[in-house]
Write a protein that binds this ligand. Structure first.
Ligand code: ADP
Length: 477
């Protein structure tokens, strides 16, 4: 039997009950029973049913009022929240998703790969229902302009975010969040934190509440900070080049001297009564090789001296170390320092700026060489090692066998202007730290290294690009 739940059911029951009991009492009176008792029982039963029905109506009214209040609260929150909120109708999207699920599509990612046009179909299947005050301020369009409007234009700049949001919805996730860029109704592009909450019964999330927070001021401040850090790094590089002037001059001089020697030899072969074409060709070939060598050195120096926006390229880290060591070769030789490079066998890649990463190595190695020279050590050695710290991080260390770091200095090494050198500036290590941190890594120092001196280390996140086969980096550059 159907449970008696609704007020209609109660009233019907009351009417039928009254009728049956009245007929019964009439029948009983005919049979001579006590009519008054039965009529009273009929009246009592029907009254109780009626009171129940009235109570149901009151409870329903109360629930209705409560619902209205809650709806008002939601409205109030929605309109006044200091976050741009927009409500989307996702019912048509759900129909599309249900169809795909029925066809056996488990993951939307591969489906998008093979059906790129489906992304646009999804965009068209989502439409705005309304927007709050902050959303109208941010995206324009007027409070009533949102109803039924499709959202394809909004994603013109970053369809990839929309794609990830769709994949997340397809997986049945109720929330999604990402920093991205959105297009306003008048065509402006805003940097936002995009968050979405899907509302409704599970597997039937018909309404999406999209919240967007303008993060442009924060990004501008970050960019400004990066610009200032890059300026400082550049100033430090120029000053480092100043320290290396003698070495650079020596480096450039070597190929130039070789060119002069080969030129003179070539002329002599040419001035013979019978010029030796074979020898002349050899000298010219040597001149070409040395010219290229000189050009490479000049390019390296120019790269270090130039002021440019930091790049984000995928780089083989030990290749960077090797290039940095080319800068240091003469400087270290002249100080009697032997340097050993132990590359990581897995040749990890990092994403970053080649010049800035070289700057760290050069800086740490010059510091090590200076410390050992100051301490007048005879056996001077620097070991640069790269190891994979874990699956996603590499660690590079620069160890020396110099005097090490005094315990009272250990906590101050990375402070700006901290130096123990007579002509030091105390900016090398703070700049190394800002470069490492801008690349998503950490830097530190240990007082005594395995080789008896200082050990500086820094970590960097490995890039996701496949690791390349091991190039012949050599040991002891
Ligand atoms: P600067 O080289 O101008 O002094 P840095 O910031 O590069 O500035 O270095 C700060 C200080 O850290 C140095 O003055 C020195 O006392 C200490 N330091 C750096 N590297 C080493 C090292 N390898 N061994 C010992 N002390 C070091």
């Amino acid at each position: 039997m159907r449970p008696i739940q609704t007020i209609r059911d109660r009233i019907l029951l009351w009417a039928w009950g009254s009728l049956v009991l009245t007929l019964l009492s009439f029948g009983c009176s005919l049979l001579g029973d006590n009519f008054t008792t039965i009529a009273f029982a009929a009246f009592l039963a029907s009254s109780l049913t009626l009171v129940g029905a009235i109570m149901d109506i009151t409870a329903l009214k109360r629930a209705h009022v409560e619902l209205e209040r809650s709806e008002q609260r939601y409205r109030h929150l929605f309109t006044r929240m200091p976050i741009a909120l927009r409500q989307l109708d996702a019912s048509r999207l759900l129909v599309l998703f249900r169809k795909l699920k029925a066809e056996g599509v488990k993951d939307l990612g591969p489906y998008f790969d093979s059906h790129p046009e489906f992304l646009r179909t999804c965009m068209d299947a989502l439409s705005f229902e309304e927007a709050n005050e902050r959303a109208v301020q941010m995206f324009g369009g007027g409070p009533n302009g949102y109803v039924g409007r499709a959202m394809a234009d909004t994603w013109r700049e970053r369809p990839d975010t929309f794609r990830r949001a769709m994949e997340s919805r397809y997986r049945g996730e109720t929330n999604f969040e990402e920093e991205t860029r959105m297009v306003t109704w008048d065509g402006r592009i805003v940097d936002v934190l995009f968050t979405t909450a899907r509302v409704g019964p599970i597997n039937d999330l018909e309404i999406s509440l999209v919240g967007t927070i303008d993060i442009s001021p924060r990004l501008r401040a970050q960019q400004e900070l990066q610009r200032v850090q890059a300026e400082f790094a550049h100033a430090a590089r120029v000053s480092m080049l100043g320290e290396l002037t003698a070495s650079i001059a020596h480096e450039v001089n070597q190929p130039l001297a070789a060119i002069a020697t080969n030129g003179a030899a070539g002329l002599r072969w040419l001035n013979r009564p019978v010029p030796d074409i074979g020898e002349i060709r050899k000298t010219i070939e040597n001149i070409v090789v040395d010219t290229q060598r000189a050009a490479r050195i000049v390019a390296r120096v120019r790269g270090m001296a130039s002021r440019k926006v930091p790049e984000h390229a995928s780089l083989c880290f030990d290749e960077i170390v090797r290039e940095a060591l080319l800068f240091l070769r003469h400087e270290l030789e002249s100080r009697g320092v032997a340097i050993l490079h132990r590359p990581c066998p897995a040749t990890p890649q990092v994403v970053g700026d080649r010049t800035q990463l070289q700057q760290i190595i050069v800086n740490l190695a010059i510091n090590a060489a200076q410390a050992m020279t100051q301490a007048a050590h005879d056996d001077r050695r620097i070991v640069i090692s790269t190891v994979a710290q874990d699956a996603s991080t590499l660690c590079c260390s620069v160890e020396d066998n110099g005097p090490g770091i005094a315990a009272e200095h250990a906590g101050r090494l990375f402070e700006s202007f901290f130096t123990t050198k007579e002509s030091g500036m105390g900016m090398g290590l703070p700049i190394c730290r800002s470069i490492v941190e801008a690349h998503g890594g950490r830097i530190g120092a240990e007082c005594s290294a395995a080789h008896g001196g200082a050990r500086f280390w820094f970590t960097l996140p490995k890039s996701v690009a496949a690791e390349s086969p091991r190039p012949d980096l050599g040991v002891g550059a």
